[in-house]
Design a protein around this ligand. Structure first.
Ligand code: UT7
Length: 333
């Protein structure tokens, strides 16, 4: 019997309306359009505004659009996973909340947190449920309201991040497409360089932690940059070598969108032309769990069945990894 693989059969995204430009950031902190563009490649990011709105609102919109696009009912979904670092609440899982908002009633659902590598880890987790033969329709959403954990007085981080959500549907196939291979790694000693200081069990929220502005992203940018370039490039080259893929075999690198300079360095190590790299950081910034599916969504019309894609990410933890994915369908009519 031929092997069951997990194929992405549909993708949909949701971006909030409000657009935060570099010009506006210039009015908020001591920065410049020139610094942001040359050091990061970012021009605009979408921000979710409005009282009581959270990650699940964006996730639910993406999921509703996804099911409509594929023409399936929410009741048909049998597993739903959400990767996020900005859950609506500490518990229950945001996946449970999105399931309720979208009518996904016959699935079990839970969150996965692996920072910026979360979407990749979650995609492979979902793929394994499909490969088991027991699950036939699995939805994965990568969603983050990064603006809820960003200090908009800190110029080192506030220019980098944006909000957004993107969802994919995975279904079984016996064709030679889908999730083909992955290499994942993590190293908790990297925690010191990228974390949130308070709000967890080590330092629960208090007046002091709020006053000390400890509920925001803390990042030592330069250190993270070096680890990101080295590890993302290594793992992307390794997965190509292990599967005898040359740069000519690759249709697209689909990199986590944290910094244009990191993306270009990884592409260079893989000997790719710039036309082989998915880039949308200029429009959305770093949306953490949504960056990679937002790229796939933006480039959906350029993808053909059988295209070899290398998905690659690095993030807090540290976590990093790469997936070799063979695209499963031609552009929608
Ligand atoms: O997705 C999760 C993983 N995260 C990443 O992969 C992010 C990795 N890191 C980066 O992308 C980059 O390190 C940053 C974009 C965060 C920073 O770029 P950099 O080239 O590493 O700059 P830097 O931190 O070394 O700072 C250079 C200078 C400093 O000034 P001095 O000390 O040289 O006077 C900063 O204070 O740039 C200054 N600076 C800014 N200036 C204007 C930092 N942020 C800003 C800003 N506007 N927004």
């Amino acid at each position: 019997m031929s092997k069951i693989r997990a194929a992405i059969t549909a993708i949909e995204s949701h971006l909030p309306d409000y657009v935060l430009t570099n010009d506006i950031l210039e009015q908020m902190v001591d920065t410049s359009e020139e610094w942001i563009t040359t050091r990061t490649g970012i021009k605009t990011r979408h921000i979710l505004r409005g009282e009581g709105k959270g990650t699940s609102d964006m996730g639910a919109e993406a999921v509703k659009g996804l099911l409509e696009k594929r023409g399936i009912k929410p009741e048909e979904v049998d597993l739903f996973l959400c990767s996020t670092v900005t859950p609506d609440m500490k518990f229950p899982a945001t996946a449970n909340i999105i399931s309720d908002k979208t009518g996904i009633k016959n699935a079990f659902s839970y969150d996965i947190n692996a920072a910026c590598s979360g979407f990749l880890y979650t995609l492979v987790t979902a793929a394994m449920f499909i490969e088991s033969g027991k699950y036939r329709k699995v939805v994965v959403v990568g969603a983050d309201k990064m603006s809820s954990i960003i200090d908009y007085t800190d110029r080192q981080t506030c220019v980098l991040f944006g909000d957004g959500a993107s969802a994919v549907l995975l279904e079984p196939t016996t064709e030679d497409v889908g999730v083909m291979d992955h290499i994942f790694q993590s190293d908790g000693s990297g925690m010191i360089h990228l974390h949130m200081k308070a709000g967890g069990s080590v330092k629960p929220p208090s007046h002091e932690t709020v006053d000390a502005r400890e509920h925001y992203v803390y990042q030592e940018g330069k250190a993270v940059f070096k680890f990101a370039v080295a590890n993302m490039a290594d793992v992307s080259v390794d997965i190509m070598k292990r599967n005898n893929l040359s740069s000519d075999d690759i249709s697209f690198l689909v990199p986590h969108q944290a910094n244009m300079r990191i993306i270009e360095a990884v592409g260079k190590r893989m000997c790719l032309d710039k036309s082989q790299i998915m880039i949308n950081i200029q429009r959305y910034g770093n949306t953490t769990n949504a960056t990679i599916p937002l790229c796939l969504w933006d480039y959906e019309n350029q993808l053909k069945k059988g295209d070899n894609l290398i998905l690659s990410a690095f993030g807090g933890g540290f976590t990093w990894g790469a997936i070799w994915l063979k695209w499963a369908y031609d552009p929608p009519a």
